[in-house]
Design a protein around this ligand. Structure first.
Ligand code: HEM
Length: 535
């Protein structure tokens, strides 16, 4: 009898495991093969071209081949700068757009079933990012950056009500008045950093070589940690290091979809482990804030980013009308979003600005002169944060830097409802639409024949006069999901640049290799080596 029961249990369990496995395989095949096939077939029937799909229903191999080819054929450029970078940064999209025209379909990433590339068209940006009130276009529900940004955080969240709640909660943090407050934190962090750098240059003599990406990284991380989380860089360091590692892993992974992520592969395990480390660091920061309130050290959670997120979470949970509760996991996701979105973008913006100031010494001199004209030579640091709006030339220079080197070179949306149309043509649900700031910023249709040239003066009369289409310039995105922190981000880029210009004259080192790479943000893959001379 006992043997019969245990045999029944054994077969029932085996059957359950077998059925689960079959269900998983069917789901995997549906997501990775059937859905892409179906979407591609629809789009091809509507006349869209694109690279032929392999039997695995992707173009990953071809994309990798073009990428590797571009790495071997294109020699790195040492000690100077060539702005013609599309074929280096996004070589497969560049090549396919030459072959298949201004709109084509492809599947170069594991997470995307079918992607419509519409990189250069401002009208697509208007329809997809700006006029999406009807809710046809949304954030991808199968985004590949969950591990990095957190599915429940503001950047990726798909549910409209949850998004508007989170956006409403954090928006006051980034109002102009608050940005001024953050300005003093920026100053507090930047001053000792610059003093340390100046000491190093003094000790080593004029034209000391310094790798600036690391240097800027320390400053921007410290500013974000203090301004947003009330901690310093050292406390958040493990979190930042983990995020950095996750970014590289995600990039290497080609953005796998949720089902592929469950497979016990080495890279999946590594991603999971690193994500847990970031979660642990963020949880500790959250718990420390809670403890400080419980112990009476603080009277409230505070009005920095972490404070408003925690206060809102608690208010949400206390409201009996809300049946779903805001969990710690969601709070961590919200913080995770800002840890990444608020750091790497600013770091690379400052890095590219310094590269170009070093490459164009006449602009460097003119802007430095402007800085001293506006601030005078005394008490300059006191005024720098409040007078940023007066730096006209610097604004032009940074706008132009973000035009040719947009920190976020690609933006993706998904068709999330049946019945959507794009430029008058029907588009199927689940289709991804790829918009490229990197390409639309260089489209001669909007920018003129000199679109690939670096000419800050095109912004002399402001952004709206620099190009012929209102959505041809989108370094911070566009529409309702435009960067919530763009004022603060710009202030940080301008302020750090001003302070740096006031302390140093600088030029590119011969060892600087101009090789921008797309690793979620557009970053200088070999660092930024500058030669510094103290003023
Ligand atoms: C120069 C620096 C920055 C650039 C170029 C930048 C760029 C962008 C872009 C292009 C988007 C839109 C993405 C999309 O439409 O899918 C975005 C969204 C966002 N950014 Fe930034 N960003 C910068 C700095 C920051 C900072 C400092 C923070 C926070 C401290 C931040 C937080 C966010 C958030 C939360 C979103 C999502 C907004 C939403 O979906 O409602 N960003 N950013």
């Amino acid at each position: 009898m006992a043997a019969g029961v245990s045999s029944l249990v054994f077969w029932t369990l085996s059957a359950a495991i077998f059925l689960n496995l079959v269900a998983y395989l069917v789901a995997l095949l549906r997501v990775t093969m059937w859905n892409p096939y179906k979407l591609h077939r629809i789009m091809r029937q509507r006349g869209y071209g694109g690279p032929p799909l392999s039997w695995t229903m992707h173009n990953r191999d071809e994309a990798a081949e073009i990428f590797l080819h571009s790495r071997t054929v294109l020699k790195p450029i040492f000690g100077t700068v060539d702005h013609n970078i599309r074929h280096r940064v996004l070589p497969h999209y560049f090549e396919w757009s030459r072959r298949y025209g201004r709109r084509f379909v492809c599947s170069p990433r594991k997470a995307s079933q079918c992607m419509l590339w519409a990189g250069t068209e401002a009208e697509v940006i208007r329809e997809v990012l700006v006029n999406s009130k009807t809710g046809f276009f949304g954030k991808s529900q199968t985004s590949s950056s969950d591990a990095l940004l957190g599915r429940g955080g503001l950047v990726l969240v798909t549910d409209f009500h949850e998004w508007s709640r989170q956006r409403r909660v954090v928006r006051p943090i980034f109002y102009a008045g608050k940005v001024k407050e953050t300005g003093s934190i920026m100053m507090e962090v930047a001053k000792p950093w610059l003093a340390g750098l100046a000491k190093k240059v003094e000790e080593n003599g004029a034209w000391t070589e310094v790798e600036m990406v690391q240097e800027i990284g320390m400053v921007t991380k410290d500013i974000l940690s203090r301004a947003a989380f009330g901690s310093d860089y050292l406390q958040g360091r493990k979190g930042f290091d983990g995020q950095q590692k996750l970014k590289v892993l995600e990039f290497a992974h080609g953005g796998a979809n949720a089902l592929l992520r469950r497979l016990p592969t080495k890279i999946n395990k590594e991603i999971r482990k690193t994500r847990e480390l970031v979660t642990k660091t963020l949880t500790e920061i959250i718990q420390e804030r809670r403890r400080s309130v419980e112990s009476g050290q603080r009277t409230s959670y505070g009005d920095d980013l972490l404070g408003v997120i925690l206060t809102d979470g608690e208010a949400h949970n206390a409201n009996s009308k809300n049946t779903t509760k805001c969990t710690d996991e969601q709070l961590v996701d919200q913080c995770r979003t800002f840890f990444f979105a608020g750091h790497d973008t600013v770091q690379v913006s400052i890095a590219w600005t310094l590269v170009l100031l070093a490459h164009y010494p006449e602009w460097q001199d003119r802007i430095r002169q402007e800085v001293f004209d506006v601030l005078g030579h005394e008490d300059v640091e006191l005024h720098a944060g409040t007078k940023l709006h007066k730096f006209n030339l610097l604004h032009q220079f940074v706008y132009e830097t973000m035009r040719l080197y947009p920190p976020v070179p690609q933006i993706i949306r998904q068709v999330v409802k049946d019945g959507a149309t794009l430029l008058g043509e029907p588009v199927p649900k689940s289709l991804d639409i790829l918009i490229e700031p990197l390409s639309v910023h260089r489209n001669p249709e909007y920018w003129g024949a000199d679109a690939e040239e670096f000419k800050p003066e095109r912004f002399a009369k402001g952004i709206s006069h620099a190009c012929s289409h209102p959505y041809a310039y989108i370094p911070f995105g566009a529409g309702p999901r435009i960067c919530v922190a763009q004022n603060q981000a710009m202030a940080e880029v301008l302020l750090i640049t001003v302070l740096f210009l006031m302390k140093f004259r600088f030029k590119l080192s011969p060892s600087y290799k101009h090789s921008p790479i797309h690793c979620i943000v557009l970053e200088p893959s070999s660092g930024v080596q500058l030669l510094l001379q103290k003023l």
